[in-house]
Each structure stands twice: as C-alpha cells, then as structure tokens.
Design a protein around this ligand. Sequence first.
Ligand code: MTE
Length: 323
Amino acid sequence: MSKDATIGRIAPSEITPRRLFDNRRAILRAGAAGLAYAPLGLGGIGSALAAAGGDGTKLTAARSALSTMERPTTYADATSYNNFYEFGTDKADPARYAHTLKIRPWTVSVEGEVNRPKVFDIDELLRLAPLEERIYRLRCVEGWSMVIPWVGYSFAEIIRRVEPRGNAKFVEFTTLADARQMPGLSSEVLQWPYVEGLRIDEASHRLTLLALGVYGETLPRQNGAPVRIVVPWKYGFKSAKSIVRIRFVEQQPITSWNRTAPYEYGFYSNVNPEVDHPRWSQARERRIGEDGFLQNRRKTLMFNGYGAEVAALYGGMDLRRQF
Ligand code: MTE
C-alpha cells in the first residue's frame, strides 16, 4: 500500500492528526512549565523519536462517542514507552528493535468453533467496517496509564462474520512468534507465542476494539502493528499485539501471564483498585506525560472508568476471587 493512501469512508477533516495531539500537548506542557513552546516532549519519555514506527498510511475515521474526553498522551510518548516483550522487556526496547517486524503481507486466521472460519488479509481488515477513532484510557498492571486515540472498529464486526457456534464460550488471541523478527523470543520471560483470551460476551462488547491504527495512521510496530485488540476496562496485558490467530473455543484459554504467574495475573484482569497485585497496590496510577513536578498520582477507577458500560458482564461474580 502506498504511503499516502487513505482508507475509510469519512472526510479527512474528521480525524485528529497526530501533529495536533502532540502540539496541543507540548503547548500545554510548555505553558505549565513557564517555558517557550517546544515541538516535542520537554525532556520527557518521548523526547527521542521512536525508531520503529509503522508504514505511515493515513486512516480516515470518525470520532466515536465511546471516546473519553481526557487529553490524549502524545504520539511521542505512546510510541516510545511500550510493553512488547517480543522485542525486549525495557520500555524503550520495542521502539528500538521492532523495525525488524515485517507487517506485510499479514493475515489473521479466525478459526475454532465457528461456522465460517476465515483467513483475513490485513487489507481486508482495513476495509471490513467503517473505521472509528476511539480515544480510550489504557491502564497497565504496572501502575501507569495513557490515553490513546485508537483507530479501528468493534471486534464484534469479526464475530458477526464468522458465526460462532453455541459451544464457543471464549476467544483466544495469539501474537506472531518468529525469532528471526522478534529478538525478545530468545528470553524465557514468557512462553511464546503470547496468548490472551476473553469470555465471548467480553469479546462481543462494543468497547472491545480491533485496532488497526493510532493517531490517524496505521499502527506503529511497537504498538502492535498491523492489528491488535484493545480492551479498555482490563489491564493492558489483555490487549494482545500483532495478532495472527483468533480462535473461538469452549474452554477458558491458558493465557501467557496467567500461565507464568497465576497468583499475580488471573484470567479476568479487570482494572480493580480494590484488588492489589501481590507485590504492589493498584489504588493509584501515574499518567504518562505527567512526570516530574507535574506528576499527579491519579486514583485508579473501577473497570478503568468503564463500569457503566461493562459492570453488568460480571454480575454475580466475586471479582476478588476471579481477579
Ligand atoms: N502483546 C504482546 N504480544 N506482547 C506483550 O508483551 N504487552 C501487553 C500488551 N500487549 C504485550 C502485548 C502490555 S503489558 C501492555 S501494558 C500493552 O500491550 C501495552 O500497549 P502499548 O505499548 O501499545 O501501550
């Protein structure tokens, strides 16, 4: 696909270009610091531009009403402070090393307990449904958060097309695992491939996003190019990156973090300030970009603030036990 191709059906004026996110943010920071305007983060995490990136294809998308009104994190921060262990465990590793990820050609096999299994080409996914810009909070289990303008559509669009059978109770998402492209696979920090899973009603919820872009363009590699899932009311690790397989299954999938440390990471992993991680509190979070003297440790909200939308999914469950 050419660099300047535009995908989608809504007028380009309706998307928020990444420049605007960064400029607005830089002006605010500079103003608060009593400094002159500077084009990028003032010595923050994002002051060095990420080396990896994506193919830069612009995506046209209408702003979704499901978006938060909170101010987005800068593009520079969101693409240079990442968790993508396939490229290393340091936050800067994915931006540094993910340039080796080959994002085309790319297919996603949707299989398992469905009537219409299908291998989707990435170009087909980009055109499958109208793209929306969804600005979601992402809260990492480590205690930091960001606000990211994703581009994509509800994962329900895929579910509808493959027709799950009655016995499909869960959905399993699997990331690419190719040691030639992913230097982190030489580490035993996790067993590869990275696997995550959702109950089918969670996967069908309209907030669950199949993300194909951020900040008005296709996903940078470090953010999970070319396609990932985003589940805003769960800790970030539930949102698997660079997905190659989606399987509808009857049994609860064995997910990577649950397998590695079952006492620390349960299957559900809903953002819940009342359930501490065994090694730290989950009551508060640090918003990336608010470091230094602007740092403000915010209170973490139940379901990451999406309770009105999703609490009903967990009626009758003890979320302390099923964490
Ligand atoms: N997906 C894969 N394949 N590998 C990973 O290491 N890390 C998870 C999640 N998805 C991870 C992954 C974690 S811990 C978080 S917080 C988010 O990705 C981070 O997404 P971001 O870097 O785009 O902010």
